[in-house]
Design a protein around this ligand. Structure first.
Ligand code: PLP
Length: 412
């Protein structure tokens, strides 16, 4: 008799795409698929020095169990860094998490009910769909226009029954879209009048290349927004340090939410590794200037973004469409009529270039939900510009353009 798994595991989807993408580790493949920050941006020397100091001066504490909320100085640092005049964040609102990915899982645990709707953009961050799917919500595509998700959708009767809505407002993964100040304000107003809870996930907000993004929605609807932050894209993802910012004390239900999140965190991993938390605090105590560091990362990524924009213009065949992202890590591109990004991925990898087909970021592919796969957009793909060098980007885009031409010619 085979091992019996919980029924909810049927919601977990191991995708065919992921299997193909494993092949991208083969030598010679130039991958535009990964969502990995550039390793050249990690401040390894400063981290090595801080790490040595943590071992020598706080080794035993760093190796001991720690509290589940996170170390108070780190919570206070997050609170100060995120605070704006319009949005004062207190340390008590901050829960340190093991990456913002854990934040998504904990919020799934405490906010989502089986069978109740959760509103998601389409496309949206695959990892959020995966984290939420286990809690068996009904995923509802959030109606949108060219400006992003439609605020009016939060006001209808169906939205009123939703457990939550999920949004990446700045340089979304995968679309690269950044919501305007006006759209954010309108969404905040709709949250304030509908009472829907928004999960605002903002790992890319500091990676802007032209001008800083508008205020977070949490600043405008703090009572109805749970905000997720992360050090992964600005410092290093291997640290696994992120945070959840819960609504202020006077928001109805905020204290209960905080208490439940803490219990969920305890059940999941007791606490985020104390060594990593202390490492970040030591780094900062040594005078590491995170703002200056992020400014350097921005310069590096902006050059890569510009190289990708130029290479796409130079090489892509007619019928391809994309917008130059104003921040983040991804171009979102639509191939010409007849191109099928998922069906031709294997051939692309054979031709030594990889991308993520856009269908991976839609509810049907990312979760076990019963969705008509044929109805999903087939021509879209996500192209990361931060992992490859400028020279490699040029070559990868040239290969991709050849692949698209070939795939379209053979599709007919
Ligand atoms: C939109 C979004 N949210 C959350 C995460 C998870 O980030 P981390 O757990 O490293 O903080 C990612 C990672 O790529 C992401 O793109």
């Amino acid at each position: 008799m085979s091992l019996t798994l919980a029924a909810r595991t049927r919601q977990m989807n191991s995708s065919a795409i992921r299997e193909i993408l494993k092949l991208t580790e083969r030598p010679g493949v130039l991958s535009l698929a990964g969502g990995l920050p550039s390793p050249d941006s990690f401040p390894l020397e400063a981290l090595a020095q801080a790490s040595e100091q943590v071992w020598r001066t706080q080794g035993a504490q760093a190796m001991q169990y720690a509290n589940s909320e996170g170390l108070m100085p780190l919570r206070a640092w997050f609170a100060e860094r995120l605070s704006r005049p319009e949005w004062p964040v207190r340390p008590e609102q901050v829960l340190v998490t093991t990456g913002s990915q854990q934040g998504l899982d904990l919020l799934g645990k405490v906010l989502l009910d089986p069978g109740r709707p959760v509103w998601v953009e389409q496309p949206t961050y695959l990892g959020a769909l995966q984290a939420f799917a286990v809690y068996e919500p009904v995923f509802k595509p959030w109606a949108h226009d060219a400006q992003g998700p439609d605020p009016a959708a939060l006001l209808d009767a169906e939205a009123a029954s939703a457990s939550a809505a999920y949004l990446v407002p700045s340089y979304q993964n995968p679309s690269g879209l950044c919501l305007s100040a006006g759209r954010r304000r309108a969404i905040a107003e709709a949250l304030n009048s509908s009472g829907v809870t928004l999960v605002e996930d903002n790992p890319y907000g500091e990676l802007w290349y032209d001008e800083a993004p508008p205020l977070p929605i949490a600043a405008q609807a703090p009572h109805h927004t749970v905000y997720l932050g992360s050090l992964s894209k600005v410092l290093a993802p291997g640290l696994r340090i992120g945070c959840i910012v819960t609504p202020p004390d006077d928001a109805p239900g905020a204290l209960a939410l905080r208490a439940r999140l803490l219990q969920a965190k305890q059940a999941t991993d007791l606490h985020t590794p104390g060594f990593n938390q202390r490492l970040v605090l030591q780094l900062l105590a040594n005078g590491f200037d995170l703002d200056a560091h992020v400014a350097q990362v921005r310069l590096r990524y902006k050059a890569q973004r510009d190289a990708m924009a130029a290479a796409l213009t130079r090489h892509m065949p007619p019928g391809c469409a994309w917008q130059v992202p104003q921040g983040g890590m991804f171009f979102w591109m639509e191939g010409p009529q007849g191109f099928d990004a998922a069906a031709s991925l294997h051939a692309a990898v054979e031709g030594c270039v990889a991308y993520v087909p856009g269908s991976a970021f839609y509810v049907g592919t990312a979760t076990g939900a019963n969705v008509d796969e044929q109805a999903l957009p087939r021509r879209q793909m996500r192209l990361s510009f931060v992992t490859l060098s400028v020279a490699q980007i040029e070559e990868a885009v040239r290969r991709l353009a050849d692949h698209i031409r070939h795939a379209v010619a053979h599709a007919c």
